[in-house]
Design a binder for this molecule. Sequence first.
Ligand code: DX5
Ligand code: ZN
Length: 216
Amino acid sequence: MNNIIISPSILSADFVNLERDIKRIEEAGADWVHIDVMDGHFVPNITIGIPVVKAIKRITKLPLDVHLMIENPEKYIGAFAKAGADIITIHYEACEENLKENIDLIKACNVKVGVSIKPKTSQERLYPYLKDIDLALVMTVEPGFGGQEFLHHCAMKIPKIKELVNDDFIIQVDGGINNITSKICTSLGANSLVAGSYIYGSSDIKSSINSLKNMS
Ligand code: DX5
Ligand code: ZN
């Protein structure tokens, strides 16, 4: 029950106090640090890139869960891996035509591989790749911004993926996750939760993380 991987999204952290805000989630029991990389093309927003990942690596021992919302990920995978990414998740929609090559590229960097689907993409698109990857990321909002409302219909993709994978396969959800939507996702088979505004918007980060872990 408690083997849910909690990956707080630093998109909702205070960037002026990023080290403090990463230490806060670390002390509160977070498992990974979720880093949202946006390029202003694949999504209509720009966030952070390689130098910031490199800097974060220096101040935390938590695995860095890098969510690439960028076009042409093949140009940057090596650099993110070198900067310290432990998990690199790319989007199906960003590289449908060379997805397998990109999966192999991530694996060659000795980094865990994730593939994400946007709300309008069917989970069936992932089926041919499930045997090659460690993690499937089911977006439960349109990627691009924190603080959006959870899209319930997306959660129905989770059990369909779950029936095709082993227990150690990671099914992660991202977008609108809080103490209520997390329960919907974990009961359907998700075993990793990304949450930004719910965790960083809380006055008690530890209890918000515990509530996602089903501990309270
Ligand atoms: C959205 C990002 C998310 C975002 C989640 O495109 O991928 O990781 O930070 O934010 P919340 O948890 O506030 O929906
Ligand atoms: Zn994300």
